[in-house]
Design a binder for this molecule. Structure first.
Ligand code: GDP
Length: 523
């Protein structure tokens, strides 16, 4: 049995794709789903993204793909592996949500627009992935367009992100002159705009084409040979150890839109990407993924897309064991027993039965309010607590009240649920208990307002407090006299006191005045 479980776990590849908006994340995801046989035509994922669809279209898309209601997790089989792609929203909807999703993956794919190089959003997301020390694979996209020189792009990885790039293939020409890819890893040339096995030209042991092959005389190919010599001599040496720790990234070139280089990328990725690793639980314990007892943690909670049902879906990354419908687990935070009955609908399809979910997979549990972000659940008697998910100290704050005082009940309900979902941070004025919301980005407030109205029928009034520097204080040291107009005193949802300083000057002024008081950036 244990071997069987281990075999299953070792087939899992769970990763997130990170990119700056418009670099091609959706397009490459779609190509991968096509290779996995999950969708039948291009444009399917696009339709989802643009949001221009009726509910019926939505359901249709979901059925066709046989995946989750919310599509935050996409799963498919490829070359005997079970692949889980976790969506990380970029752009405006970028929020803490994305950071937490990155806690649930074993590797990441970074898509870069080869004309633009590394852009701000890539940089931010990269930082979070890097902290996790997981492998990062790079896809330099849009090779069919005139881009920056490949050598520059690789140098930029090191200069801007501090990660070594090691080329797995190399473009032959680019944009209008794109001829193909020199595939270093497989010692062959892959020709552009050719189908079938014909598109591969094998290279000899010196990495050259035989003189009888007409393409060997191609000027772009000749240039590429020169560059290959250069990178073989002066470039970074492929180092599996460094890749495993996220200190080196294998770089693949290609064009997602013309489906060029994506399949070879996927093949290499499946070979090189790690299977689910063990977790540190209960502070010091190593928990192996093939431990027989099921356990996992909630990394995301999302309201159901269907406005007629108020239920939510808790996304659980399985850390050990196997998920079975009707499994009895304990919620570590409260000790409450929960029977996991309501998961099948979420991922049910002919292709994927949730009963088949093991460590590395994601299950979606219908939730009626049991779960909070970061919760651990476990089967059996041995308590398992996963490390806390990173919390990001908000920088933007608003005061919030219900417009209609008669509707306090729905206001409170919506507030509690959205806070549990991790959509926004909630604070209360230490003296007056008035509600204050904190966010990392402005959009979080807008989404909050919209959802309060839409899902809880509650109109909210927000008054901007603006940027603030949040600093926690030891309750023992707290004296209410410390509060003034430049340092709003509030408590977080655990009741812990913190000051929201108007700016860094106000914080410094406070520190000078109370040199013995310790302020911390995070709880
Ligand atoms: P995302 O925002 O990262 O998900 O990017 P999308 O996948 O939506 O792509 C953004 C735009 O770039 C779309 O218009 C795509 O058609 C286009 N695009 C994606 N990949 C390529 C590519 O390889 N070549 C070219 N020329 N355009 C691409």
């Amino acid at each position: 049995m244990s071997n069987e479980l281990l075999n299953k776990v070792n087939k899992r590849r769970t990763f997130a794709i990170i990119s700056h908006p418009d670099a091609g994340k959706t397009t490459i995801t779609e190509q991968m789903l096509l290779f996995g046989g999950v969708i039948r035509s291009a444009g399917t994922v696009k339709a989802r993204k643009s949001g221009h669809y009726a509910t019926s279209d939505w359901m249709e898309i979901e059925k066709q793909r046989g995946i989750s209601v919310t599509s935050s997790v996409m799963q498919f089989e490829y070359q005997g592996k079970r692949i889980n792609i976790l969506d990380t929203p970029g752009h405006e909807d970028f929020s803490e949500d994305t950071y937490r999703t990155l806690m649930a993956v074993d590797s990441a794919v970074m898509v870069i627009d080869s004309a633009k190089g590394i852009e701000p959003q890539t940089k931010k997301l990269f930082k979070v992935v890097k902290q996790r020390g997981i492998p990062i694979f790079t896809f330099m996209n849009k090779l069919d367009r005139d881009g920056r020189p490949p050598l520059d792009l690789i140098a930029e990885l090191e200069d801007l992100l501090g990660i070594e790039g090691v080329a797995m293939n190399w473009p032959i020409g680019s944009g209008q002159t794109l001829q193909g890819l020199y595939d270093i890893a497989h010692n062959q040339v892959e020709m552009y705009r050719k189908d079938g096995p014909d598109r591969f030209l094998p290279l000899d042991k010196d990495g050259k084409l035989p003189a009888s092959e007409p393409f060997s005389q191609n000027p772009q190919f000749q240039d590429t040979l020169g560059e290959i010599d250069l990178i073989k001599e002066a470039g970074n040496q492929f180092d599996l150890q460094k890749i495993a720790q996220g200190d080196q990234t294998p770089v693949f070139f290609g064009s997602a839109l013309t489906n060029f280089g994506v399949e070879t990328f996927l093949q290499s990725f499946v070979k090189m990407a790690p299977a689910p690793a063990g977790h540190k639980v209960n502070d010091t314990e190593d928990l192996a993924p093939d431990n027989e007892e099921f356990s996992g943690f909630v990394f995301k909670i999302q309201a159901n897309m269907n406005p007629h049902h108020r239920d939510r879906i808790a996304f659980v990354r399985i850390g050990s064991g196997e998920f079975k419908k009707g499994l009895d687990v304990t919620l570590a935070r409260t000790g409450k027993p929960i029977r996991l009955n309501n998961a099948t609908e979420f991922m049910s399809s002919e292709r994927m039965q949730v009963s088949d979910a093991v460590a590395g997979d994601i299950v979606g549990l219908y939730d009626t309010g049991n779960f909070q972000i970061g919760d651990s659940i476990y089967a059996g008697k041995h308590k398992v607590v996963y490390p806390p998910l990173p919390e990001f100290t908000p920088e933007l704050f608003v005061r919030v009240t219900a417009k209609n005082v008669m509707k306090q009940k729905s206001f409170h309900k919506g507030m509690v649920q959205l806070v549990q979902e991790g959509a926004i941070q909630l604070y209360q004025n230490y003296q007056t208990d008035e509600y204050i919301l904190g966010a990392v980005g402005q959009l979080q407030f807008e989404v909050f307002k919209f959802r309060m109205k839409n899902e809880y029928n509650s109109d909210v009034e927000m008054t901007n407090i603006g940027h603030r520097v949040a600093r926690w204080i030891d309750p023992e040291q707290l004296d209410p006299a410390m509060a003034n107009s430049r340092n709003l005193l509030v408590k977080d949802r655990y009741g812990q006191p913190l000051f929201l300083f108007e700016n860094q000057f106000a914080e410094r002024f406070f520190k000078d005045k109370y040199p013995d008081v310790k302020l911390t950036e995070k709880l």
